[in-house]
Design a binder for this molecule. Structure first.
Ligand code: AMP
Length: 341
């Protein structure tokens, strides 16, 4: 959690959104038996935490609205030490209607067991009859996606991109060491910490993959590898492909096999339809901008490869000349024993 200087941190003004939802009946249709999960309870896949209730927090400013609830900046109240967190509230009724109970449970199980500087921590969780609450690490600089939209052409200088990619690679190596495949890497799922460091913030599509190969189609089309668009079994290699796509997008401002909605481009020349994107991915029709440095071109080409087993392993990404050029210590610093990968 945030350091104990937290009493001085301004958490902003609470807008009364949770009570407003209650008045609007958003909470009605109690589901006390659904997702009745609590990080204080024994029997979960992680050591129990102390028990938490909504009254243990001072709510602050709204950080965002998700599809199934709201996220607030919050501070734990005395007698607890003052910690700053992001408190995410989700409505059980809406999760039940969206048939998402299993996914939420899986997301919580996975995130609760992860400890890595570039993976958003889940400190604990609790529920009442109509809602579940996640106590998330507060990502002070917000969403990567929004930040990208503010920089010229949505592009980062290669140095900045290389530092992000080194952080992302380290986090993925950690996940893979725990046999977790992320499967949904994209800027929308990344947050930024207080120092502008990258944090993987969403585990909705992750799977534990102890040896078995999955065939479920999921993720965002722009980031899907050939084996997924062709509905073939897939493994950790999907994250290597997506790492290549992310590297490209950070440096170019758009993903390499971009799908453009033809309805938005009515009358205009539409370069790529959805079907074109599938074909381009399947054929690995990769066109690199001239602006990319030779080292960057080499890395992207080594990650975006048709055959998953030929994609550059994570340990070699951290020792690749493009990363070394900007972050020479990346491999040594890596918190994971990369020799296993
Ligand atoms: P979500 O429901 O996870 O999509 O979250 C909704 C919005 O809340 C996001 O788009 C972020 O802007 C914000 N948010 C979510 N989690 C955090 C966090 N841990 N720290 C800061 N902002 C967050």
């Amino acid at each position: 959690m945030a350091p104990p200087s937290a009493p001085q941190v301004d958490v902003g003004r609470y807008d009364g959104g949770l009570e407003r939802d209650e008045r609007k009946g958003r909470r009605t249709g109690d589901h006390p038996d659904v997702l009745n999960i609590d990080s204080a309870a024994a029997g979960a896949s992680h050591p129990p935490t102390r028990s938490w209730r909504l009254k243990d927090f001072d709510l602050g400013k709204a950080l965002g609205k998700g599809k199934f609830g709201r996220v607030y900046m919050a501070r734990t109240r005395p007698p607890n030490p003052a910690y700053i967190i992001a408190l995410k509230c989700m409505y059980k009724k809406e999760l039940v209607e969206g048939k998402l109970e299993k996914q939420v449970r899986r997301e919580i199980e996975i995130q609760m067991n992860l400890r890595h500087p570039h993976i958003l921590r889940l400190h604990g969780y609790f529920h009442d009859t109509g809602r579940i609450f996640l106590m998330l690490e507060f990502a002070a600089k917000g969403e990567m996606y929004k930040y990208m939209n503010k920089v010229p052409y949505r592009r980062f200088p290669e140095k900045q991109a290389a530092l992000y990619i080194a952080q992302m690679t380290d986090a993925l190596a950690y996940l893979h060491s725990k046999h977790i495949i992320h499967r949904d890497i994209k800027p929308e799922n990344l947050l930024l910490g207080i120092y502008g460091e990258l944090k993987i913030g969403d585990f909705g599509w992750s799977v534990h993959a102890p040896g078995n190969r999955r065939t479920t189609m999921c993720g965002t089309l722009d980031y899907l590898p050939p084996e997924m668009v062709d509905c073939l079994p897939h493994g950790e290699g999907v994250d290597l492909w997506a790492l290549g796509v992310l590297t490209y997008e950070f440096c170019e401002g758009a993903p390499p096999f971009e799908e453009i909605d033809s309805q938005q481009y009515e009358g205009a020349h539409n370069p790529y339809s959805l079907a074109d994107t599938y074909t381009r991915i399947s054929n690995v029709d990769l066109r690199l901008p001239d602006r990319f440095s030779p080292e960057l071109r080499d890395l992207v080409r080594r990650l975006i490869r048709k055959e998953p087993e030929k994609r550059l392993p994570l340990k070699d990404v951290l020792r690749h000349p493009w990363i070394i050029k900007y972050d020479p210590e990346a491999y040594q610093r890596s918190s994971v024993n990369l020799s296993k990968h």
